[in-house]
Design a protein around this ligand. Structure first.
Ligand code: SAH
Ligand code: F3S
Length: 482
């Protein structure tokens, strides 16, 4: 149930927008969260201007860029293994190849990377991608190059991403960068810097452009989307210093959702991720108001214990979270809700863990991503708390909640039996080439016989059967959304 693996889709790809005049070849791959995959599309766009087309073949790459994740130790180990692989390819078949590290590990390890990993020529943090042309010039001249400066303004709002690994139907649109929440376990505020929002105008333009290119669903991305706030640029934390006019004309997340939903009324709109302390009911009401905003909220809680929530610096209680869930369900009765959980945070007792279990029982999430605590250097938890829950205990607790979630997913999935759902077709089913696979607004995968339908169609499907995570059905016609 690891999110990285779920989202790690490189390989099965179709790459658009190759330029004939581009002579050099870029192999780019991404690990970690959706934001990294989205950032790689920005990087591919910047590199395209520098004469690079993308390739799927390491052996022919002039430049390899790996967009890295630091969220858990395991994510970093995965990247270290990839570096070994690049090393072997460079040694055996492709000596001209240069290697650059992007993303959160670049930011966290900085020059250490150049010292520890001989294969690495280039280290670029998440806010420095526009400096890639200069850095590359250094590398071309045989020097190592690094830029890990974090920015107060950079949102890449002016870069038009080159869609990688695309199905031509769904796309990510980033709306904020960085995070100001400082959850004590989390490395993101250190690797991605302070929170800033992107100009709503450029967001709408990107959505319009995607619609014109045939895309049917977008996911607005941010570490903490509900904290989106545009007042003309600048850090979220400096909003108090803005002028009265800036304050009066500012755009918050619910307003942004409204603008997006109106700009493209047939485009499905999703968003991720919501921190419960920042999700306000006007966002839920905006979701209810627009048919094209999907009824699904990814609402990580991390723990069901008030004491642990406090230690994590999550600024809400268990009771407030439960109230929020009740409110969401009252406003949008069929809203899917998903979770992230961490077990084995320092000092977590069996009673604390049982509070997580009972919270899960209360909510019965549609699905979730669950993790054992991984101490990250430099975070408040690492500095102030001993990583004192034994590994076996962490593993057992994780298995317990993974099993519980499977039961809940099944209960939730079964609720759709004998109903008709709208599915946006994304691709062929992995299990059968006679079936399509797509998702419902609630983000539940649904497969059904292909008939005359095609990728990108919105289809009404009657659900006849299901597994714990997948709906199985029969198409009964195109939905009115087409
Ligand atoms: N707001 C972010 C959260 C990023 S991290 C988002 O957009 O999703 C994703 C999930 O990883 C978190 O919700 C948390 O459950 C988990 N996580 C973060 N730091 C962790 C750590 N140190 N150990 C284990 N899991 C962690
Ligand atoms: Fe991390 Fe908490 Fe922000 S989990 S990304 S510090 S909301």
């Amino acid at each position: 149930m690891e999110k990285e693996i779920d989202e790690n889709k490189q390989g099965e790809s179709l790459v658009l927008e190759q330029k004939e005049e581009n002579k050099r070849k870029l192999f780019i791959e991404s690990y970690g969260c959706a934001m990294n995959f989205s950032d790689s599309e920005i990087v591919a766009s910047i590199m395209s201007e520098q004469g690079f087309n993308t390739t799927q073949n390491l052996e022919e790459a002039d430049l390899v860029l790996v967009n890295t994740c630091s969220i858990r130790d395991k994510a970093e180990q995965t990247v270290r293994k990839r570096l070994e692989k690049y090393n072997a390819v460079k040694r055996d078949t492709n000596p001209k190849m240069k290697v650059g590290v992007l993303g959160c590990m670049a930011e966290r390890l900085k020059t250490k990377f150049l010292e520890e990993e001989k294969i690495v020529d280039l280290v670029v943090g998440p806010d420095a991608y526009k400096d890639l042309p200069n850095l590359l010039a250094e590398v071309d001249e045989g020097r190592d190059a690094i830029n890990v400066i974090l920015s107060k303004e950079e949102t890449y709002g002016d870069v038009s991403p080159i869609r990688l690994n695309t199905n031509g139907v769904t796309a990510f649109v980033s709306i904020t960068r960085g995070c100001d929440n400082m959850c004590t376990f989390c490395v993101v505020p250190f690797t991605r810097g302070r929170e800033r929002s992107r100009d709503p105008q450029s967001i709408i333009e990107e959505i319009n452009d995607l619609w014109n290119k045939g895309y049917k669903e977008i996911t607005l991305l941010g570490q903490n989307v509900d904290s989106y706030l545009w007042y003309g640029g600048g850090l979220k934390k400096d909003f108090d210093k803005a002028s009265d006019l800036q304050k009066a004309t500012s755009v918050n997340f619910s307003k942004l959702l409204d603008l997006c939903a109106i700009a493209q009324p047939k485009m499905r709109i999703r968003f991720s991720t919501s921190n419960p302390q920042d999700l306000t009911l006007d966002v839920v009401e905006t979701m209810a108001k627009h048919q094209n905003i999907c009824n699904h909220i990814h609402l990580p809680v991390q723990s069901g214990s008030n004491r642990i929530l406090k230690e994590m610096n999550r600024l809400h209680t268990r009771e407030e979270y439960m109230q929020l869930i009740d409110n969401i369900r009252q406003i949008i009765p069929n809203c899917a809700i998903s979770q992230d959980m961490i077990v084995g945070f320092p000092t977590e007792t069996e009673d604390d863990f049982q509070d997580t279990v009972s919270l899960m029982e209360y909510v019965k999430y549609n699905f979730g991503y669950m993790f054992t605590y991984s101490e990250r250097p430099g975070t408040m938890a690492a500095r102030n708390m001993e990583d004192d829950v034994p590994e076996e205990t962490k593993k057992r607790r994780l298995q317990d909640i993974v099993d519980l979630q499977r039961i809940h997913s099944e209960v939730r999935t079964k609720e759709w039996l004998n109903t008709t759902v709208e599915v946006l077709i994304e691709k062929e089913s992995k299990k059968s080439n006679t079936q399509w696979s797509g998702r419902t607004p609630q983000n539940i995968v649904c497969v059904f016989p292909k008939g005359d339908y095609k990728v990108g169609d919105f289809v009404n499907v009657t659900v006849t059967n299901c597994t714990s995570a997948t709906l199985i059905g029969e198409a009964i016609g195109l939905s009115e959304n087409n």
